[in-house]
Design a protein around this ligand. Structure first.
Ligand code: AMP
Ligand code: MG
Length: 351
């Protein structure tokens, strides 16, 4: 199969392309598309066979449910049995936006996409291309991230092509994603909101709208089964093993330097993913081409936006071990640290 990349610079001027892609989706095909978080691999969310095809294309375990993406409020009602009061509040505050609400599933949602659960994840992306595509398909679009299972999620059309070339007919290219980490997932079915996956809508932002929320203990590495089935898999991982360095920002450069020196002495080729400040301090020890700087220390928006591309870049480089600089786990830092913990398989060095 040939994979076509269609560049969409302006939704208003690309009506024909979006109609074509929408039709492909509606009639059972797969289309990759941009969202404000990461690129998604979409299929008609009410078409069991089309959704089964997504699992095949990604190599995704069948018990890992898909999120349904909608273009507007009307479509939410087609996919859920009812919208809980908590979800109403969250929708008013954050939709469209990087938020997935877990709600009781509607009758038309096939078993195949919920991993057998009686709930379904719903999200309204804040991206014109995504919403125009879903609107044109006329049905909720089931979409996981557009990577081969286990790899870091793609945040550019080029990265989607790297994983999906020859596997899907169309990639809509809407440029790099704004946020770079996947949506915050909140279980809205109980009395209290539960964060199942941290993202750009932070705990603090949620609590302003719905009061105290709980963070699924599995997210901090606790030995319990996560409530979002997908969170139990190794994920976001580059091919070389990665160690996460955790601790105070002013000790990072020294810690990275001494750990890099130790590994080099052992004969390793070390790759570094770190702040501009630390990368600067490592120059002369690690070659520039084996270092990816993710922005200034504490610039969490920027770090989230470039993190996956930085991780992916090491699959094209000769490093056989990787060191990554951690951030705070406050605000958006919780999402960044969650992805880095998973990329490292919870292998951390505390300084
Ligand atoms: P991805 O599609 O790769 O962004 O992953 C989607 C995430 O949403 C996975 O971690 C899923 O386990 C989670 N998810 C989707 N639907 C549900 C649901 N009904 N209940 C709990 N978690 C869900
Ligand atoms: Mg994913």
């Amino acid at each position: 199969m040939d994979t076509r990349i269609i560049k969409i610079d302006d939704v208003a001027e690309c009506g024909r392309e979006l109609m074509t892609a929408g039709r492909v989706l509606r009639y059972g095909g797969i289309v990759a598309f941009p969202t404000e978080t990461v690129y998604g691999l979409g299929a008609n969310g009410f078409d069991e066979k089309a959704c089964a095809h997504i699992y095949e294309v990604k190599g995704r375990p069948s018990d890992n449910p898909l999120i349904l993406h909608v273009s507007g409020r009307d479509m939410v009602d087609t996919a859920v049995s009812h919208v809980t009061p908590m979800a109403e509040k969250l929708m008013a505050a954050f939709c469209p936006g990087p938020l997935t609400m877990i709600l009781p599933r509607g009758k038309r949602v096939p078993d195949r996409i919920t991993g057998g659960l009686d709930t379904v994840g719903i999200r309204m992306p804040d991206n014109d291309v995504a919403r125009a595509l879903i609107h044109s398909a006329g049905c909720p679009v089931a979409a996981p991230s557009a990577n081969i299972s286990g790899r870091p999620s793609p945040t550019t059309a080029e990265s989607v092509l790297e994983d999906m070339d020859g596997r899907i007919p169309i990639i809509l290219d809407g440029g790099p994603c704004r946020f770079g980490v996947e949506s915050t997932i909140v279980d809205c079915t109980g009395e209290q909101g539960i964060v199942l996956r941290p993202g750009a809508i932070t705990r603090e932002m949620l609590e302003e709208v719905i009061g105290d929320v709980m963070i699924d203990p599995a997210l901090s590495g606790a030995d319990t089964v996560p409530r979002a089935p997908g969170m139990k898999y190794r994920h976001y991982a580059p091919k070389a093993p990665l160690t996460l360095i955790e601790g105070s920002p002013d000790k990072m450069a020294d810690a990275l330097r001494s750990e890099a020196r130790r590994l080099i002495k052992e004969g390793h080729t070390v790759g570094i993913i770190a702040s501009n400040e630390s990368v600067h301090a490592l120059s002369g020890i690690v070659p520039d081409e084996l270092m990816a700087s993710y922005g200034h220390q504490g610039d969490l928006r920027r770090i989230a936006a470039v993190l996956y591309e930085a991780l992916r870049s090491f699959d094209r480089k000769p490093a056989d071990v990787l060191l990554a600089e951690g951030t705070t786990d406050e605000g958006l830092g919780l999402a960044i640290m969650n992805r880095l913990h998973k990329a490292s398989g919870f292998h951390s060095l505390h300084i």
